[in-house]
Ligand binder design. Structure first.
Ligand SMILES: Nc1ncnc2c1ncn2[C@@H]1O[C@H](COP(=O)(O)OP(=O)(O)O)[C@@H](O)[C@H]1O
Ligand SMILES: O=P(O)(O)OC[C@H]1O[C@](O)(COP(=O)(O)O)[C@@H](O)[C@@H]1O
Length: 323
C-alpha cells in the first residue's frame, strides 16, 4: 500500500481535522502518502486532490470545520457518479480511501466498497445518528456549545422575574436525531425536551410546566431538536395552551463551529489511527466506531440510527430529570 485518499463529506463537524491529522501521521509512519480530496465527493468526481504532508496538518486539531472542505452532491447518489468515482480513484492510483462523514456519506462509501474499492468510513457528524458507534466526531463539541448557550439563557431566565413565568424554547440541531437535545437537556437542566423520535405530548408538557409554576418556579427552559417539529408551530401551540408568551431561540449553525472539545479531538485521533492501521493490516472495508471504549471496525450495513436500549434509557433519564 503506497497511496491513500481521505475526504470529508456532508455536514462538517468539529474534530474532523484531528482525524485528518491522525491519518496523515499514521500513514507517514508506515511510508504511505496521503492525498486529500477536496469538497467531499465533489472532489472525487472532479479529481480535486492534493498531497497532504506534515506541514499541511500541523496543529490543525485546534480548528473547527475541515481543512479539506466538505461538500454535498446528488451526482454521487447515481450509478453514473459511482462509476466515475471508481475510475477517478484508479486514475489517482489510490490503494484505499477514508471517508469522514455522516450517514449519507457512509452510504456512498458502502457503494464504493461494493465496487471493490478499499474504503473505510469514519463517523463524523454532530448529530450522533450512526448506530454502529456510541459517539460520532463533533457531537461532544456541539453539546458543549448548546450547554454553554443554555447556561447563558439561564442567567437571564433566573435573574429577571416578571409577573408571568418567562419561558424559553431553544431549538438545537438534529434533523432525525434527538441526541444533541437529549444529552444537552441532561447536562444543562432543561424543564422539557422534544425530540424527533417521540411524538410531542402537549398535555404532558403543559402539566409539567404548570406544576413547576404552581410551586413558585418563575421560568422554564424547553430544548427542542429541529426534527421534532417547526419551531414557530410548537411555540404558538404552547403559548395558546399555557396562556403565556414564549421566547424562541434558534441556535443553528453556531453549533457546528468553534474549537473541538478534548473528547472530539481524542476520539477523532483514535479513529484516524485505527482507520489507517485497519487498511494496512486487515483486508476489510467498514465503518470505524467506538463501543464501550473500544475502537472497532463494523461491517457496512444500514448505518442509520435505530433506537437502542441505551437511547431509550437516556430518554427516560432526561424526562425524569426534566420533571
Ligand atoms: N444513498 C447515497 N448513495 C450515495 N451517496 C450518497 C447517498 N446519500 C448521501 N450520499 C452522498 O453523501 C453526501 C453527504 O450526505 P448527507 O446526507 O448530506 O450528509 P452526511 O454524510 O453528513 O449525513 C451527499 O451529498 C452525497 O454525495
Ligand atoms: O448545514 P446544512 O446543509 O444546512 O445542514 C444542516 C444539517 O446538518 C446537520 O448539522 C448535521 O447533519 P449531517 O452531519 O447528517 O449532514 C444537521 O443537524 C442539520 O439538520
Amino acid at each position: 500500500m503506497e497511496r491513500i485518499g481521505v475526504l470529508t463529506s456532508g455536514g462538517d463537524a468539529p474534530g474532523m481535522n484531528s482525524a485528518i491529522r491522525s491519518i496523515v501521521k499514521t500513514a507517514q509512519k508506515n511510508k504511505i502518502q496521503v492525498y486529500g480530496i477536496e469538497f467531499g465527493y465533489i472532489g472525487l468526481l472532479e479529481m480535486k486532490y492534493k498531497k497532504l504532508n506534515i506541514l499541511d496538518i500541523d496543529h490543525i486539531s485546534t480548528d473547527g470545520g475541515t481543512i479539506l472542505k466538505s461538500g454535498r452532491t446528488d451526482r454521487f447518489k447515481t450509478d453514473e457518479g459511482i462509476e466515475q468515482a471508481v475510475k477517478n480513484i484508479k486514475k489517482m492510483k489510490l490503494d484505499g480511501l477514508i471517508v469522514i462523514g455522516g450517514d449519507g456519506s457512509i452510504k456512498g462509501a458502502q457503494k464504493l466498497a461494493k465496487k471493490e474499492i478499499k474504503v473505510i468510513a469514519i463517523p463524523g457528524t454532530i448529530d450522533n445518528d450512526i448506530n454502529v458507534t456510541d459517539y460520532t466526531i463533533g457531537f461532544d463539541t456541539a453539546c458543549n456549545i448548546v450547554i454553554n448557550s443554555v447556561d447563558k439563557v439561564l442567567d437571564t431566565a433566573k435573574s429577571l422575574v416578571n409577573e408571568n413565568p418567562r419561558i424559553f424554547l431553544i431549538e438545537v440541531m438534529g434533523r432525525n436525531s434527538g441526541d444533541i437535545a437529549l444529552y444537552s437537556s441532561l447536562s444543562g437542566g432543561a424543564d422539557e425536551v422534544l425530540i424527533p423520535e417521540q411524538k410531542i405530548d402537549y398535555n404532558e408538557i403543559i402539566n409539567n410546566l404548570n406544576n413547576k409554576f404552581k410551586i413558585g418556579k418563575k421560568y422554564a427552559i424547553i430544548i427542542m431538536a429541529e426534527g421534532a417539529g417547526k419551531l414557530d408551530e410548537v411555540k404558538n401551540k404552547l403559548e395558546k395552551d399555557l396562556g403565556y408568551s414564549i421566547k424562541s431561540i434558534l441556535l443553528g449553525h453556531l453549533q457546528r463551529g468553534g474549537n473541538p472539545s478534548a473528547f472530539d479531538r481524542i476520539l477523532a485521533s483514535k479513529f484516524g489511527y485505527y482507520a489507517v492501521q485497519t487498511m494496512i493490516n486487515k483486508n476489510q472495508c467498514g465503518i470505524i466506531g467506538i463501543n464501550c471504549n473500544d475502537i472497532i471496525l463494523n461491517k457496512f450495513n444500514n448505518s442509520k440510527k435505530t433506537k437502542s436500549k441505551t437511547d431509550n434509557e437516556i430518554y427516560e433519564l432526561s424526562k425524569t430529570l426534566c420533571h
